[in-house]
Design a protein around this ligand. Structure first.
Ligand SMILES: O=c1[nH]c(=O)n([C@H]2C[C@H](O)[C@@H](COP(=O)(O)O)O2)cc1CO
Length: 134
């Protein structure tokens, strides 16, 4: 199974270590196409167009998209929208921080599965349950 993991980069990298942990967990279920999202080092050798075209190609290739959407990110929202158009199964994970929840355009979308969690162990449990049945 090819997994497209989506998480904020330019939207803010405060959750990068959490993404790395989730990516590590996801590797037991398949190949994660986007391991770089779990690293704070941003690749400056490729252009924005190259990033965009590569990532859309990876979304197309993927069997499932898993997005951590706690940190609002234009890129993550865009990838989710493109994945919906491609009829991909999509799982969104988010935490409620300081009473702020995620966008209604994500939580209210019936084309994806959205789960709230509060710690990594809970996120791993959700992934285990969902990926066994996907
Ligand atoms: O350098 C990058 N590499 C990359 O793969 N992306 C993709 C993957 C992420 O899921 C998403 C993050 O978007 P943003 O940078 O707008 O937060 O976009 C985004 C950037 C920078 O926008």
């Amino acid at each position: 199974m090819k997994i497209y993991f989506s998480g904020s980069i330019r939207g803010g990298q405060q959750d990068t270590n959490l993404y790395a942990e989730l990516i590590q967990e996801l590797k037991q279920y398949g190949t994660v196409l986007t391991e770089h999202i779990g690293s704070k080092t941003i690749d400056t050798t490729i252009s924005d167009k190259e990033i965009h075209d590569r990532d859309v190609k990876w979304v197309k290739e993927s069997d499932i998209v898993i997005a951590e959407v706690t940190v609002p990110s234009l890129g993550v929202g865009y990838e989710i929208g493109r994945a919906i158009d491609m009829n991909k199964p999509i799982i969104c994970l988010y935490r409620v921080l300081n009473g702020k929840t995620t966008s209604a355009m994500i939580r209210g979308c019936s084309d994806l599965q959205c789960f709230e969690y509060s710690n990594v162990a809970e996120a791993k449990e959700i992934l285990k349950k969902q990926l066994k049945t996907t």
